[in-house]
Design a protein around this ligand. Structure first.
Ligand SMILES: *Cc1c(COP(=O)(O)O)cnc(C)c1O
Length: 479
Protein backbone atom coordinates (compact mmCIF):
# COMPACT_ATOMS: atom_id res chain seq x y z
CA UNK A 1 0.00 0.00 0.00
CA UNK A 2 1.13 3.53 -0.60
CA UNK A 3 2.47 5.50 2.31
CA UNK A 4 1.35 9.14 2.10
CA UNK A 5 4.51 10.33 3.86
CA UNK A 6 6.69 8.57 1.29
CA UNK A 7 5.91 11.11 -1.44
CA UNK A 8 7.31 13.90 0.67
CA UNK A 9 10.61 11.99 0.94
CA UNK A 10 11.16 12.23 -2.85
CA UNK A 11 14.23 14.40 -3.54
CA UNK A 12 13.63 17.90 -4.90
CA UNK A 13 14.78 18.74 -8.43
CA UNK A 14 17.34 21.18 -7.01
CA UNK A 15 18.76 18.55 -4.68
CA UNK A 16 19.41 16.25 -7.65
CA UNK A 17 20.94 19.05 -9.71
CA UNK A 18 23.27 20.01 -6.81
CA UNK A 19 24.88 16.56 -6.75
CA UNK A 20 28.58 16.73 -7.70
CA UNK A 21 28.03 14.44 -10.73
CA UNK A 22 25.32 16.71 -12.15
CA UNK A 23 27.79 19.32 -13.41
CA UNK A 24 29.53 16.99 -15.84
CA UNK A 25 26.20 15.73 -17.09
CA UNK A 26 24.94 19.29 -17.57
CA UNK A 27 28.14 20.08 -19.50
CA UNK A 28 27.49 17.17 -21.81
CA UNK A 29 23.77 17.62 -22.45
CA UNK A 30 22.93 21.17 -21.31
CA UNK A 31 21.58 22.21 -17.88
CA UNK A 32 18.07 22.84 -19.19
CA UNK A 33 17.79 19.39 -20.73
CA UNK A 34 19.22 17.76 -17.60
CA UNK A 35 16.64 19.57 -15.45
CA UNK A 36 13.86 18.36 -17.75
CA UNK A 37 15.14 14.79 -17.60
CA UNK A 38 15.31 14.95 -13.77
CA UNK A 39 11.74 16.29 -13.61
CA UNK A 40 10.54 13.52 -15.93
CA UNK A 41 12.29 10.88 -13.80
CA UNK A 42 10.81 12.34 -10.61
CA UNK A 43 7.33 12.27 -12.15
CA UNK A 44 7.79 8.57 -12.89
CA UNK A 45 9.22 7.95 -9.42
CA UNK A 46 6.17 9.69 -7.90
CA UNK A 47 3.85 7.34 -9.79
CA UNK A 48 5.88 4.34 -8.63
CA UNK A 49 5.83 5.50 -5.00
CA UNK A 50 2.05 6.01 -5.18
CA UNK A 51 1.78 2.41 -6.33
CA UNK A 52 3.75 1.31 -3.25
CA UNK A 53 7.27 1.46 -4.71
CA UNK A 54 10.51 2.51 -3.03
CA UNK A 55 11.50 6.18 -2.72
CA UNK A 56 14.64 6.69 -4.87
CA UNK A 57 17.62 8.65 -3.60
CA UNK A 58 18.76 11.83 -5.38
CA UNK A 59 21.71 9.87 -6.81
CA UNK A 60 19.39 7.22 -8.21
CA UNK A 61 17.23 9.85 -9.86
CA UNK A 62 20.32 11.41 -11.41
CA UNK A 63 21.42 8.01 -12.69
CA UNK A 64 18.06 7.44 -14.31
CA UNK A 65 18.20 10.90 -15.87
CA UNK A 66 21.65 10.04 -17.25
CA UNK A 67 20.30 6.84 -18.82
CA UNK A 68 17.40 8.81 -20.31
CA UNK A 69 19.72 11.44 -21.83
CA UNK A 70 22.26 8.87 -23.05
CA UNK A 71 19.66 6.77 -24.82
CA UNK A 72 18.30 9.89 -26.52
CA UNK A 73 21.85 10.78 -27.62
CA UNK A 74 22.38 7.26 -28.96
CA UNK A 75 19.61 7.91 -31.51
CA UNK A 76 21.87 10.29 -33.41
CA UNK A 77 22.93 9.11 -36.85
CA UNK A 78 25.75 6.61 -36.31
CA UNK A 79 28.18 4.63 -38.38
CA UNK A 80 27.23 0.95 -38.68
CA UNK A 81 28.82 -2.12 -40.19
CA UNK A 82 26.41 -3.34 -42.87
CA UNK A 83 26.58 -7.14 -42.75
CA UNK A 84 23.13 -7.60 -44.28
CA UNK A 85 24.33 -8.30 -47.82
CA UNK A 86 21.91 -5.62 -49.06
CA UNK A 87 24.18 -3.26 -51.00
CA UNK A 88 21.88 -0.28 -51.58
CA UNK A 89 20.28 -0.50 -48.11
CA UNK A 90 17.84 2.41 -47.92
CA UNK A 91 17.57 2.23 -44.11
CA UNK A 92 21.36 2.26 -43.77
CA UNK A 93 21.91 5.26 -46.02
CA UNK A 94 21.95 3.58 -49.45
CA UNK A 95 25.36 3.96 -51.12
CA UNK A 96 28.51 4.35 -48.98
CA UNK A 97 30.63 7.16 -50.48
CA UNK A 98 34.01 6.63 -52.12
CA UNK A 99 37.21 7.95 -50.56
CA UNK A 100 37.31 10.69 -53.20
CA UNK A 101 33.72 11.69 -52.42
CA UNK A 102 34.50 11.73 -48.68
CA UNK A 103 37.49 13.98 -49.28
CA UNK A 104 35.39 16.29 -51.45
CA UNK A 105 32.72 16.48 -48.74
CA UNK A 106 35.35 17.25 -46.12
CA UNK A 107 36.71 20.06 -48.29
CA UNK A 108 33.23 21.53 -48.76
CA UNK A 109 32.36 21.48 -45.06
CA UNK A 110 33.54 25.04 -44.47
CA UNK A 111 33.29 27.94 -46.89
CA UNK A 112 33.50 26.62 -50.45
CA UNK A 113 32.84 27.63 -54.05
CA UNK A 114 29.27 26.38 -53.90
CA UNK A 115 27.90 29.26 -55.97
CA UNK A 116 31.00 31.29 -56.55
CA UNK A 117 33.17 31.74 -59.61
CA UNK A 118 36.83 32.23 -58.68
CA UNK A 119 37.67 33.63 -62.15
CA UNK A 120 35.20 36.49 -62.09
CA UNK A 121 34.90 36.87 -58.33
CA UNK A 122 31.16 36.84 -58.81
CA UNK A 123 28.24 34.57 -58.24
CA UNK A 124 28.56 31.20 -59.98
CA UNK A 125 26.20 28.32 -60.58
CA UNK A 126 25.52 25.64 -57.98
CA UNK A 127 24.66 22.97 -60.50
CA UNK A 128 26.48 24.17 -63.64
CA UNK A 129 29.68 22.14 -63.41
CA UNK A 130 27.84 19.23 -61.86
CA UNK A 131 25.30 19.33 -64.68
CA UNK A 132 28.09 19.38 -67.27
CA UNK A 133 29.65 16.26 -65.73
CA UNK A 134 26.29 14.45 -65.60
CA UNK A 135 25.50 15.40 -69.21
CA UNK A 136 28.93 14.20 -70.34
CA UNK A 137 28.43 10.91 -68.51
CA UNK A 138 25.00 10.41 -70.08
CA UNK A 139 26.24 11.46 -73.52
CA UNK A 140 23.62 14.19 -73.79
CA UNK A 141 23.34 17.98 -74.13
CA UNK A 142 22.59 19.14 -70.61
CA UNK A 143 21.76 18.04 -67.07
CA UNK A 144 20.72 19.54 -63.78
CA UNK A 145 20.61 18.09 -60.28
CA UNK A 146 18.19 18.21 -57.38
CA UNK A 147 17.83 16.74 -53.90
CA UNK A 148 16.75 13.20 -54.89
CA UNK A 149 15.18 11.18 -57.68
CA UNK A 150 11.64 11.84 -56.47
CA UNK A 151 12.33 15.58 -56.56
CA UNK A 152 13.73 15.19 -60.07
CA UNK A 153 10.49 13.63 -61.26
CA UNK A 154 8.38 16.25 -59.50
CA UNK A 155 10.42 19.05 -61.05
CA UNK A 156 10.28 17.61 -64.56
CA UNK A 157 6.51 17.23 -64.35
CA UNK A 158 5.92 20.72 -62.95
CA UNK A 159 8.35 22.45 -65.30
CA UNK A 160 7.51 20.65 -68.52
CA UNK A 161 3.82 19.86 -68.07
CA UNK A 162 2.37 22.10 -65.32
CA UNK A 163 -1.37 22.61 -65.88
CA UNK A 164 -1.42 20.17 -68.79
CA UNK A 165 -1.71 16.43 -69.49
CA UNK A 166 0.87 13.67 -69.03
CA UNK A 167 0.27 10.25 -70.57
CA UNK A 168 1.40 7.20 -68.52
CA UNK A 169 0.81 3.46 -68.89
CA UNK A 170 -1.41 1.88 -66.22
CA UNK A 171 1.35 -0.70 -65.82
CA UNK A 172 3.77 2.01 -64.69
CA UNK A 173 1.71 3.86 -62.08
CA UNK A 174 4.08 2.77 -59.35
CA UNK A 175 4.54 3.40 -55.66
CA UNK A 176 8.20 3.91 -54.88
CA UNK A 177 7.73 3.68 -51.11
CA UNK A 178 7.41 6.21 -48.34
CA UNK A 179 4.01 7.21 -49.82
CA UNK A 180 5.55 8.37 -53.09
CA UNK A 181 2.84 7.25 -55.52
CA UNK A 182 3.00 8.39 -59.10
CA UNK A 183 -0.64 9.59 -59.40
CA UNK A 184 -0.22 11.66 -56.21
CA UNK A 185 3.06 13.11 -57.42
CA UNK A 186 1.35 14.18 -60.64
CA UNK A 187 -1.36 15.93 -58.67
CA UNK A 188 1.28 17.67 -56.55
CA UNK A 189 3.09 18.78 -59.71
CA UNK A 190 -0.14 20.28 -61.04
CA UNK A 191 -0.39 18.01 -64.06
CA UNK A 192 -3.34 15.92 -65.24
CA UNK A 193 -2.70 12.19 -65.44
CA UNK A 194 -3.97 10.44 -68.55
CA UNK A 195 -3.78 6.67 -67.97
CA UNK A 196 -3.47 4.36 -70.95
CA UNK A 197 -3.43 0.60 -71.47
CA UNK A 198 -4.07 -1.94 -68.74
CA UNK A 199 -2.07 -3.17 -65.76
CA UNK A 200 -0.30 -5.85 -67.80
CA UNK A 201 -0.51 -4.67 -71.40
CA UNK A 202 0.01 -1.29 -73.05
CA UNK A 203 0.44 -0.88 -76.82
CA UNK A 204 1.83 1.99 -78.91
CA UNK A 205 -1.68 2.86 -80.17
CA UNK A 206 -2.83 3.40 -76.58
CA UNK A 207 -0.45 6.36 -76.38
CA UNK A 208 -1.26 7.63 -79.87
CA UNK A 209 -5.00 7.59 -79.14
CA UNK A 210 -4.51 9.48 -75.87
CA UNK A 211 -2.61 12.38 -77.40
CA UNK A 212 -4.67 15.56 -77.65
CA UNK A 213 -4.17 19.33 -77.84
CA UNK A 214 -3.36 19.51 -74.12
CA UNK A 215 -0.79 16.69 -74.00
CA UNK A 216 2.51 18.03 -72.68
CA UNK A 217 4.54 14.86 -72.02
CA UNK A 218 4.72 11.13 -72.56
CA UNK A 219 6.15 9.61 -69.40
CA UNK A 220 7.76 6.21 -69.01
CA UNK A 221 8.54 5.02 -65.49
CA UNK A 222 10.78 2.07 -64.75
CA UNK A 223 9.09 -0.57 -62.58
CA UNK A 224 12.06 -0.65 -60.23
CA UNK A 225 10.70 -2.49 -57.25
CA UNK A 226 8.47 -5.15 -58.74
CA UNK A 227 8.33 -7.44 -61.74
CA UNK A 228 5.66 -8.33 -64.23
CA UNK A 229 5.75 -11.72 -65.88
CA UNK A 230 3.35 -13.63 -68.10
CA UNK A 231 0.92 -12.03 -70.57
CA UNK A 232 2.52 -8.59 -70.75
CA UNK A 233 3.26 -5.93 -73.35
CA UNK A 234 5.22 -2.82 -72.65
CA UNK A 235 5.93 0.05 -75.04
CA UNK A 236 9.69 0.45 -75.35
CA UNK A 237 11.47 3.75 -75.00
CA UNK A 238 12.27 3.69 -78.72
CA UNK A 239 8.62 3.12 -79.65
CA UNK A 240 7.47 5.84 -77.31
CA UNK A 241 10.11 8.24 -78.65
CA UNK A 242 8.89 7.68 -82.21
CA UNK A 243 5.32 8.47 -81.12
CA UNK A 244 6.51 11.59 -79.29
CA UNK A 245 8.56 12.78 -82.27
CA UNK A 246 5.64 12.35 -84.65
CA UNK A 247 3.43 14.43 -82.37
CA UNK A 248 6.16 16.90 -81.27
CA UNK A 249 5.67 15.92 -77.63
CA UNK A 250 8.68 15.34 -75.36
CA UNK A 251 9.26 11.88 -73.89
CA UNK A 252 10.58 11.56 -70.33
CA UNK A 253 11.96 8.30 -68.96
CA UNK A 254 12.34 7.88 -65.20
CA UNK A 255 15.00 5.16 -65.24
CA UNK A 256 15.24 5.04 -61.45
CA UNK A 257 18.44 3.31 -60.46
CA UNK A 258 21.13 5.43 -62.07
CA UNK A 259 22.69 2.69 -64.15
CA UNK A 260 24.49 4.60 -66.91
CA UNK A 261 25.95 2.18 -69.45
CA UNK A 262 24.69 -0.95 -71.15
CA UNK A 263 25.99 -3.80 -69.07
CA UNK A 264 24.96 -6.86 -71.06
CA UNK A 265 28.31 -8.63 -70.98
CA UNK A 266 30.33 -6.80 -68.33
CA UNK A 267 30.73 -7.37 -64.60
CA UNK A 268 27.34 -5.70 -64.06
CA UNK A 269 25.54 -8.19 -66.32
CA UNK A 270 23.24 -9.16 -63.44
CA UNK A 271 21.64 -5.73 -63.85
CA UNK A 272 20.59 -6.18 -67.46
CA UNK A 273 16.95 -5.56 -66.43
CA UNK A 274 17.73 -2.00 -65.37
CA UNK A 275 17.41 0.57 -68.14
CA UNK A 276 20.72 2.42 -68.55
CA UNK A 277 20.36 6.20 -68.86
CA UNK A 278 22.55 6.28 -71.95
CA UNK A 279 20.43 3.72 -73.75
CA UNK A 280 17.18 5.53 -72.87
CA UNK A 281 18.60 8.73 -74.35
CA UNK A 282 20.04 6.94 -77.38
CA UNK A 283 16.63 5.32 -77.92
CA UNK A 284 15.16 8.79 -78.18
CA UNK A 285 14.00 9.85 -74.71
CA UNK A 286 14.25 13.64 -74.53
CA UNK A 287 14.90 13.65 -70.78
CA UNK A 288 15.91 10.98 -68.26
CA UNK A 289 15.57 11.19 -64.47
CA UNK A 290 17.47 8.97 -62.01
CA UNK A 291 18.83 8.73 -58.48
CA UNK A 292 22.35 9.52 -57.32
CA UNK A 293 22.54 6.99 -54.50
CA UNK A 294 21.37 3.73 -56.02
CA UNK A 295 23.54 2.01 -58.65
CA UNK A 296 25.48 5.23 -59.30
CA UNK A 297 26.90 4.88 -55.79
CA UNK A 298 26.91 8.56 -54.89
CA UNK A 299 25.07 10.79 -52.41
CA UNK A 300 21.31 11.28 -52.30
CA UNK A 301 20.54 13.29 -55.44
CA UNK A 302 18.30 13.37 -58.48
CA UNK A 303 19.74 13.86 -61.95
CA UNK A 304 17.69 15.29 -64.82
CA UNK A 305 19.52 14.94 -68.15
CA UNK A 306 18.65 15.41 -71.81
CA UNK A 307 17.84 18.14 -74.32
CA UNK A 308 19.16 21.51 -73.29
CA UNK A 309 15.94 23.46 -73.87
CA UNK A 310 13.99 21.08 -71.62
CA UNK A 311 16.67 20.78 -68.92
CA UNK A 312 16.96 24.58 -68.81
CA UNK A 313 13.23 24.91 -68.27
CA UNK A 314 13.57 22.56 -65.29
CA UNK A 315 16.58 24.40 -63.87
CA UNK A 316 14.82 27.78 -64.13
CA UNK A 317 11.55 26.61 -62.57
CA UNK A 318 10.86 28.05 -59.07
CA UNK A 319 10.61 24.52 -57.63
CA UNK A 320 14.27 23.92 -58.58
CA UNK A 321 15.27 26.32 -55.79
CA UNK A 322 13.16 24.46 -53.24
CA UNK A 323 14.55 21.11 -54.37
CA UNK A 324 18.20 22.10 -54.77
CA UNK A 325 21.07 19.98 -53.50
CA UNK A 326 23.29 21.23 -50.69
CA UNK A 327 27.02 21.76 -50.92
CA UNK A 328 27.91 18.38 -49.40
CA UNK A 329 25.76 16.54 -51.92
CA UNK A 330 27.29 18.61 -54.69
CA UNK A 331 30.84 17.77 -53.58
CA UNK A 332 30.13 14.06 -53.24
CA UNK A 333 28.23 13.83 -56.52
CA UNK A 334 31.00 15.60 -58.47
CA UNK A 335 33.56 13.11 -57.17
CA UNK A 336 31.24 10.17 -57.94
CA UNK A 337 30.51 11.37 -61.49
CA UNK A 338 34.24 11.85 -62.10
CA UNK A 339 34.85 8.25 -61.02
CA UNK A 340 32.24 7.07 -63.54
CA UNK A 341 33.78 9.27 -66.25
CA UNK A 342 37.19 7.69 -65.64
CA UNK A 343 35.90 4.14 -65.72
CA UNK A 344 32.66 2.54 -66.92
CA UNK A 345 32.72 0.22 -63.90
CA UNK A 346 34.42 2.37 -61.25
CA UNK A 347 35.43 -0.06 -58.53
CA UNK A 348 36.74 2.85 -56.45
CA UNK A 349 33.04 3.56 -55.80
CA UNK A 350 32.28 1.18 -52.88
CA UNK A 351 28.79 0.09 -53.89
CA UNK A 352 29.99 -0.63 -57.44
CA UNK A 353 32.84 -2.71 -55.99
CA UNK A 354 30.39 -4.56 -53.73
CA UNK A 355 27.93 -5.19 -56.56
CA UNK A 356 30.65 -6.60 -58.81
CA UNK A 357 32.64 -8.49 -56.16
CA UNK A 358 33.73 -11.96 -57.24
CA UNK A 359 32.14 -14.75 -55.13
CA UNK A 360 35.47 -16.59 -54.77
CA UNK A 361 37.08 -13.47 -53.34
CA UNK A 362 34.13 -13.06 -50.98
CA UNK A 363 34.56 -16.64 -49.83
CA UNK A 364 38.23 -16.06 -49.12
CA UNK A 365 37.40 -12.95 -47.10
CA UNK A 366 34.71 -14.78 -45.15
CA UNK A 367 37.13 -17.62 -44.35
CA UNK A 368 39.80 -15.18 -43.21
CA UNK A 369 37.35 -13.26 -41.00
CA UNK A 370 36.01 -16.49 -39.49
CA UNK A 371 39.57 -17.63 -38.74
CA UNK A 372 40.24 -14.39 -36.87
CA UNK A 373 37.06 -14.76 -34.81
CA UNK A 374 37.82 -18.43 -34.05
CA UNK A 375 41.39 -17.54 -33.14
CA UNK A 376 40.19 -15.09 -30.49
CA UNK A 377 37.30 -17.13 -29.12
CA UNK A 378 38.94 -20.55 -29.08
CA UNK A 379 36.87 -23.11 -27.20
CA UNK A 380 34.10 -20.66 -26.45
CA UNK A 381 32.83 -21.69 -29.88
CA UNK A 382 31.31 -25.12 -30.41
CA UNK A 383 33.51 -27.49 -32.38
CA UNK A 384 32.12 -27.73 -35.88
CA UNK A 385 31.74 -31.51 -36.08
CA UNK A 386 28.22 -31.41 -37.44
CA UNK A 387 28.95 -30.26 -40.95
CA UNK A 388 25.79 -30.48 -42.98
CA UNK A 389 23.55 -30.72 -39.92
CA UNK A 390 20.58 -28.39 -39.74
CA UNK A 391 20.42 -25.71 -37.07
CA UNK A 392 17.81 -27.70 -35.13
CA UNK A 393 20.49 -30.32 -34.40
CA UNK A 394 22.49 -27.81 -32.39
CA UNK A 395 21.26 -27.21 -28.86
CA UNK A 396 21.22 -23.55 -27.87
CA UNK A 397 24.24 -22.97 -25.73
CA UNK A 398 27.64 -22.64 -27.34
CA UNK A 399 27.66 -20.68 -30.59
CA UNK A 400 28.92 -22.35 -33.72
CA UNK A 401 30.49 -20.34 -36.52
CA UNK A 402 30.68 -21.51 -40.11
CA UNK A 403 31.31 -19.99 -43.51
CA UNK A 404 28.58 -20.65 -46.04
CA UNK A 405 27.28 -19.37 -49.37
CA UNK A 406 24.52 -16.78 -48.97
CA UNK A 407 22.32 -14.66 -51.20
CA UNK A 408 23.05 -10.95 -51.32
CA UNK A 409 20.66 -8.48 -52.93
CA UNK A 410 20.97 -5.10 -54.59
CA UNK A 411 18.34 -3.34 -52.47
CA UNK A 412 17.16 0.25 -52.79
CA UNK A 413 14.10 -0.96 -54.65
CA UNK A 414 16.26 -2.07 -57.57
CA UNK A 415 16.27 -5.49 -59.22
CA UNK A 416 13.67 -7.30 -57.12
CA UNK A 417 14.17 -11.05 -57.25
CA UNK A 418 17.79 -10.79 -58.40
CA UNK A 419 20.22 -12.28 -55.89
CA UNK A 420 23.97 -11.90 -55.87
CA UNK A 421 25.78 -15.12 -54.91
CA UNK A 422 27.71 -14.22 -51.79
CA UNK A 423 29.42 -15.66 -48.69
CA UNK A 424 28.81 -15.08 -45.04
CA UNK A 425 29.74 -15.96 -41.48
CA UNK A 426 26.85 -18.08 -40.25
CA UNK A 427 26.27 -18.45 -36.51
CA UNK A 428 23.87 -20.86 -34.86
CA UNK A 429 23.61 -22.63 -31.51
CA UNK A 430 22.52 -19.41 -29.77
CA UNK A 431 19.32 -17.38 -29.62
CA UNK A 432 19.56 -15.51 -32.97
CA UNK A 433 17.45 -12.52 -31.90
CA UNK A 434 19.55 -11.96 -28.78
CA UNK A 435 22.81 -12.28 -30.70
CA UNK A 436 21.61 -9.89 -33.43
CA UNK A 437 20.53 -7.41 -30.74
CA UNK A 438 23.94 -7.63 -29.02
CA UNK A 439 25.64 -6.97 -32.33
CA UNK A 440 23.43 -3.93 -32.93
CA UNK A 441 24.32 -2.56 -29.51
CA UNK A 442 28.09 -3.00 -29.72
CA UNK A 443 30.50 -0.08 -29.74
CA UNK A 444 30.19 -0.03 -33.53
CA UNK A 445 26.72 -1.38 -34.32
CA UNK A 446 26.79 -4.39 -36.66
CA UNK A 447 23.59 -5.08 -38.60
CA UNK A 448 23.19 -8.72 -39.67
CA UNK A 449 20.48 -10.85 -41.21
CA UNK A 450 18.58 -13.65 -39.49
CA UNK A 451 17.58 -16.60 -41.64
CA UNK A 452 16.23 -19.95 -40.44
CA UNK A 453 17.27 -19.18 -36.85
CA UNK A 454 20.83 -18.37 -37.84
CA UNK A 455 22.62 -15.05 -37.69
CA UNK A 456 24.33 -14.29 -41.00
CA UNK A 457 27.04 -11.70 -41.50
CA UNK A 458 27.25 -11.38 -45.29
CA UNK A 459 30.69 -10.12 -46.27
CA UNK A 460 29.62 -8.60 -49.60
CA UNK A 461 28.57 -5.37 -47.91
CA UNK A 462 31.36 -5.28 -45.32
CA UNK A 463 33.91 -2.73 -46.52
CA UNK A 464 37.55 -3.65 -45.89
CA UNK A 465 37.68 -0.69 -43.47
CA UNK A 466 34.93 -2.39 -41.47
CA UNK A 467 36.57 -5.81 -41.12
CA UNK A 468 38.43 -4.96 -37.93
CA UNK A 469 35.21 -3.82 -36.25
CA UNK A 470 33.22 -6.79 -37.52
CA UNK A 471 35.72 -9.21 -35.95
CA UNK A 472 35.92 -7.24 -32.70
CA UNK A 473 32.14 -6.95 -32.38
CA UNK A 474 31.56 -10.65 -33.17
CA UNK A 475 34.16 -11.60 -30.56
CA UNK A 476 32.54 -9.29 -27.99
CA UNK A 477 29.01 -10.50 -28.73
CA UNK A 478 29.90 -14.20 -28.77
CA UNK A 479 32.50 -14.22 -25.99
C1 LIG B 1 14.09 5.17 -56.64
C2 LIG B 1 13.22 5.69 -57.70
C3 LIG B 1 12.73 6.99 -57.62
C4 LIG B 1 12.99 7.89 -56.46
O1 LIG B 1 14.33 8.22 -56.34
P1 LIG B 1 14.90 8.69 -54.91
O2 LIG B 1 16.29 9.09 -55.21
O3 LIG B 1 14.77 7.53 -54.01
O4 LIG B 1 14.05 9.83 -54.49
C5 LIG B 1 11.92 7.45 -58.65
N1 LIG B 1 11.62 6.64 -59.70
C6 LIG B 1 12.08 5.39 -59.80
C7 LIG B 1 11.71 4.57 -61.00
C8 LIG B 1 12.90 4.86 -58.80
O5 LIG B 1 13.37 3.62 -58.90
Amino acid sequence: MSDPAALSRLPAVDAVLRLPDADALAGEHGRQRLATAVRDELAQARARVRAGGEVPTAAEVLDDARTRLDSAAARRVRRVVNATGVVVHTNLGRAPLSDAARRAVTEALGYATVEYDLDTGERGSRTGHLGDLAAELCGTEAATTVNNGAAGLLLVLAALAGGREVVVSRGELIEIGGSFRLPDVMTMAGVRLVEVGTTNRTRPDDYRDAIGPDTALLLKVHRSNFRQVGFTREVTTAELAAIGRAASIPVVHDTGSGLIHDVADGPLAAFADEPPARRALADGADVVVFSGDKLLGGPQAGIVAGRRALVDRCARHPLARALRIDKLQRAALEATLLAHLRNAVPTDVPSVAMLTADPDALRARAEALAARVRGQLGDRLAVDDLAGASSSDVPHGRPRLRVEPTDGVVGGGALPGTTLPSWGLVIDGVDPDRLAARLRHGEVPVVCRIERDRVIADVRTVASDDEQELVAMLVAALG
